[in-house]
Each structure stands twice: as structure tokens, then as C-alpha cells.
Write a protein that binds this ligand. Structure first.
Ligand code: COA
Length: 291
């Protein structure tokens, strides 16, 4: 099954675009990668586990008849990132880097070990920086234009209890996007971000949305549009932001969350008020009898 829906995009929109997605073997990165391949991109994915990468590559070949390039690489390892970028560039320069690899779990911050803190920050903040610097310096040296896109989270904008290392790291990744938009803009390098709300994936849902957290209230109650996102919706935004149609957008992070963070900002009572019957509203402002 393809991710294409009622799409605005031409089937060959991304033809000739060489794109690396870190952590592209699973979850949202895999869905975005599939959409890129459907639109003609030359896809490269990396991740820590060879078997996951191989399985995704096989699936894409079976489904779309396209071969993709895979690299086993832990983005926490700066030397491994350097070697991977050398290997990728040996086949041809990237046009787009998508910083998607992440690590996150729920934990009380006062109970976190420093190794646990490092595990998340090293992947999300340092890993994104290592990949971005490796791509950027090659683009600048060759006079090649490029786009860096990073997957962020709401926590980068608002902070988030119990996922503090991830919130800190994603906020840093947002600062990187905004900073490099100016520093690298003159070279024709764009840096953008995406802030996805609830897009269910097996891994993230198990880790971040256990039943104990959600309790009795369905997650949809916390989303203005009263539903979770579908992967093709996120993937199509990620297509737009790397396409020529978005050529004047840089340093910006686009929220795609069905109004979730604003529903949260409105406070818990907003949801209850939306359930009030007319009689409750009428009791607050009784209508005067017309004589
Ligand atoms: N709560 C508290 N501490 C945790 C934890 C949790 N849920 N999970 C891991 N840690 C701690 C470990 O105890 C360890 O610290 P310690 O040595 O002081 O005990 C430290 O984090 C490193 O754990 P380890 O499993 O050795 O690290 P790792 O590098 O193999 O994996 C992740 C860490 C985050 C990458 C791992 O959880 C992972 O693979 N996650 C899947 C990817 C992911 O999280 N994606 C994002 C989904 S939203």
C-alpha cells in the first residue's frame, strides 16, 4: 500500500533528489522515506541495526521496485557519521538531510542517571549536529545547495515534564535550525523543522503513551481536531518543505499536530466547556423575556 492520497504532488516531484534520513528504518522516518521514494527520490537511510535497515530496503523494493542505500551508523559516533558521509558522497552528493533519529523515554528527571541523560541528548542534539555539520561543510566546499530538515517535538517549543533530556535536545536542534538559516543562507542552504503532534508509531506509543499516562481520557480529547495524525499527512508536509515550492522558507519550524498544543495551552477546562449543553451557556447569560 502506498502513502499517496489525494496528493497535490507530481509523481516525479523529487526525482534527482538524493536524501538521507537518519533513523529511516522504522517509525515516522520510514513513512517519510516511503513517500520520498514514491515521488522519485534517491533515498539513503541510516540506523543502528543492520537487520532493520535491510528489512525496510527489502520492503521498499517489493512495494515500489526501488533500491535504496543503507548505512549502519549510530549518529552519536562522530567518526562513524564522518565515514558514512564520505561513503554517501562517494556515490554522489546529498541534496537533503533529514535529522530524524531520536531516543526518548518517560522518566522522573531527579531519578535519571547521567548515562540516561547522555543517551538521549547524544542522539537528538549531538547526532543532529554531527550530521548537519558533515553535510553542510561538503555543500559549502562544493558550492552545492542543500536542505537540512529536523524532526522536532512540541517539547522544543513548550518544554515537557518527564521527557526533559529530549525537550532540551530538541530545543537545541531548533536553535541550530534558526542559527544556521542565517549562517548558511548565503550558500543556498535552507534549514527547516517539523513539529509533529500525535502520529502513532509502535515504538513511540509504547514508550511515551502507556495506558497509565493516558488514563481514562482518550488522547483525541487533547487534540483540537479530535483525532491523531496519519503518517501520510506528516510525510506530505515533509515533501513540501524540501521541495522547490518551499524554496523561500528557512529557519522555520512548522507545527503539524491538529491543534494539540493549543488545546493544551487552553487548559483542561476547555475540553469540558466544549461539552457543555446549551442550558449551561444559557444559565451563564440568561436571555431576557421579550415583552
Ligand atoms: N528510564 C530511565 N533510564 C533509562 C530508560 C528509562 N526508560 N531507558 C534507558 N535508560 C538508561 C539506562 O538505564 C542507561 O543508564 P545506566 O547505565 O545509568 O543504567 C542509559 O539510559 C543508557 O541505556 P542503554 O539502553 O544502555 O542505552 P542505549 O544507547 O542502548 O539506548 C535509547 C538508549 C534511548 C537509544 C534506547 O532507549 C532506544 O533504543 N530507544 C529507541 C529509539 C527511541 O527511543 N526512539 C524515540 C521514540 S519516541
Amino acid at each position: 500500500m502506498t502513502l499517496a492520497r489525494n496528493t497535490l504532488y507530481r509523481d516525479d516531484l523529487l526525482a534527482g533528489q538524493r536524501i538521507l534520513i537518519t533513523g529511516g528504518g522504522s517509525g515516522l522516518g520510514k513513512s517519510i522515506g516511503q513517500r520520498y521514494v514514491e515521488l522519485g527520490a534517491d533515498l539513503v537511510i541510516c540506523g543502528r541495526r543492520a537487520e532493520v535497515l535491510a528489512q525496510t530496503a527489502q520492503e521498499f523494493q517489493d512495494l515500489l521496485g526501488v533500491r535504496i542505500e543503507t548505512h549502519v551508523c549510530d549518529v552519536r559516533d562522530a567518526q562513524a557519521v564522518h565515514a558514512m558521509m564520505d561513503a554517501i558522497w562517494a556515490q554522489g552528493p546529498l541534496d537533503v538531510l533529514l535529522n530524524n533519529a531520536a531516543g526518548n523515554f518517560l522518566a522522573r528527571t531527579d531519578q535519571l542517571s547521567t548515562r540516561a541523560f547522555d543517551a538521549v541528548v547524544d542522539i537528538v542534539l549531538k547526532g543532529s549536529a554531527y550530521c548537519t555539520m558533515e553535510a553542510g561543510r561538503r555543500w559549502i566546499a562544493a558550492g552545492h545547495k542543500g536542505t537540512v530538515m529536523s524532526i522536532l517535538t512540541q517539547s522544543a517549543l513548550t518544554g515537557m515534564p518527564y521527557t526533559v533530556p529530549s525537550a532540551m535536545a530538541k530545543a537545541g536542534a531548533l536553535a541550530m535550525i534558526r542559527s544556521l538559516a542565517v549562517e548558511w543562507g548565503p550558500y543556498g542552504i535552507r534549514t527547516v523543522g517539523v513539529v509533529p503532534g500525535p502520529f502513532p508509531t509502535e515504538g513511540a506509543w509504547k514508550r511515551l503513551m502507556p495506558q497509565e499516562r493516558i488514563g481514562e481520557a482518550p488522547i483525541e480529547h487533547g487534540v483540537a481536531l479530535r483525532r491523531v495524525g496519519e503518517h501520510h499527512e506528516l510525510a506530505d508536509l515533509c515533501v513540501y518543505l524540501i521541495s522547490d515550492s518551499a524554496a523561500f522558507i528557512t529557519g522555520e519550524a512548522v507545527v503539524i499536530d491538529g491543534g494539540r498544543w493549543l488545546q493544551g495551552a487552553a487548559g483542561a477546562s476547555a475540553y469540558h466547556m466544549q461539552q457543555w449543553p446549551d442550558s449551561t451557556w444559557d444559565s451563564l447569560h440568561p436571555k431576557k423575556d421579550k415583552a
